[in-house]
Design a protein around this ligand. Structure first.
Ligand SMILES: [Zn+2]
Ligand SMILES: [Zn+2]
Length: 387
């Protein structure tokens, strides 16, 4: 039974998804691709947020700022906020479909159907892992303990209105910047999680993978910085963003535009419409994050570039900002012999297999560097697998 399972995994490991099949196989691929497309639109491009937005009691204004209770707002702003949240959902989904249609026209390269199918399956598995992790009593206990610590932290400075909103967004983005940069710099966080988000050639809104490894590993990784530090710092300030009124609406509109940050269509629009490019002086526009996924050496400033999620301020300040090139760069990993893992089993197991073989084939004295060293470190005995 065990050997049988290993045999299946080995067979699947070697399989490469290919859309170029003939006859009935081609039909099967077409059907699988349509399912993958729907799944990605539902789970990854916010289509599922549409009914939520219609019945909204809470709206998340900015990706890392707490949700706003609609009932607390003046009626006209509350209504417009819900309308903007619905618009954000529809916009994000449309951008995904447009990417599929115009990818070849914009980049001259073929749309990566194989990656779309692989990543749709991987993202579904990640979603199940997420649900399982959240239901785990150990995690629930840990979260309960953490919120008790938060309650005991005193509020030192009271901020409200637009200042509070800006501070919350800037602090959130500062945390994201450093957690993201560490995810690229430290082997443990890169090799067991974040590498997956970058393991896509021909990147689009429909071919982007979340870090699909276990949520706990991911939380132990860079995200811990965001999850733990952000609420801690925002607790020291009291952030009353409700009173920022119309600024909430402006922020949600910017968020709708900058959130589909893996889109070639938005990249193209930004390069064609000069006015949109002006926003790059302070906002992480889609072209800025798309350049973060580049595999071109010129964009490899510090194991990557453009690490922030919403403001270019942090990258400019810490010397990692790169101006997006005129056309979308080639995306993927910097290594020449990269395995892009065009099947979900290899996609999910590859990072663990690489780490396991490295630990097994090297002496214990090398283990700390293998686990927590820099991502540029190669152990004496290589695993033979490339990122
Ligand atoms: Zn990254
Ligand atoms: Zn990304």
């Amino acid at each position: 039974m065990g050997n049988c399972l290993v045999g299946y995994i080995e067979r699947f490991w070697k399989l490469n998804f290919s859309f170029d099949s003939k006859g009935s196989k081609r039909l099967l691929w077409l059907a699988i691709s349509v399912l993958a497309l729907l799944s990605e639109l539902l789970f990854h491009n916010n289509l599922r947020a549409l009914p939520e937005a219609f019945h909204a009691q809470y709206v998340t204004v900015f990706y890392n700022v707490k949700s706003i209770f609609i009932g607390d707002l003046p009626e006209n702003i509350g209504f417009l906020l819900i309308a903007a949240a619905v618009g954000r959902s529809v916009f994000s989904t449309s951008v995904g479909v447009l990417d599929l249609i115009f990818y070849k026209k914009i980049t001259g390269r073929n749309f990566n159907y194989e990656a779309m199918v692989t990543i749709a399956i991987v993202n579904l598995i990640f979603l199940l892992t997420l649900i399982f992790s959240i239901m785990n009593p150990f995690v629930l206990n840990y979260l309960g303990y953490y919120s008790k610590i938060l309650e005991s932290i005193p509020t030192l400075i009271n901020l409200n209105g637009i200042v509070a909103l800006l501070v919350a967004c800037l602090i959130g983005d500062f945390c994201f910047y450093w957690s993201h940069r560490w995810c690229h710099k430290i082997r443990f966080f890169w090799a067991l999680g974040h590498v997956n988000h970058h393991r896509t050639q021909n990147l689009t809104q429909l071919t982007q993978a979340v870090d699909p490894q276990s949520l706990l590993l991911d939380t132990a990784g860079g995200k811990v910085f965001v999850l733990l530090l952000l609420p801690l710092v925002t607790k020291l300030f009291s952030l009353d963003v409700i009173s920022s009124g119309w600024a909430l609406l402006v922020i949600i509109i910017f968020d709708a535009w900058t959130d589909p940050s893996h889109s070639v269509v938005l990249y193209y629009a930004e390069k064609k419409i000069k006015l949109l490019g002006v926003f790059r002086s302070f906002l992480v526009t889609p072209a800025v994050h798309y350049t973060h996924h580049s595999r071109e050496e010129a964009h490899n400033v510090s194991d990557g570039c453009n690490f922030a999620a919403r403001f270019t301020l942090w990258d400019r300040l810490f010397g990692t900002y790169v101006e997006p090139p005129t056309t979308p760069p080639e995306t993927g990993l910097f290594h020449e012999e990269t395995d892009y893992c065009l099947n979900p089993v290899r996609f999910i197991l590859h990072p663990y297999a690489k780490m396991f073989i490295e630990l097994k084939s090297n002496k214990i004295m090398y283990w700390p560097a293998i686990l927590f060293g820099s991502t540029s470190y190669d152990p004496p005995n290589s695993s033979g697998l490339h990122y």
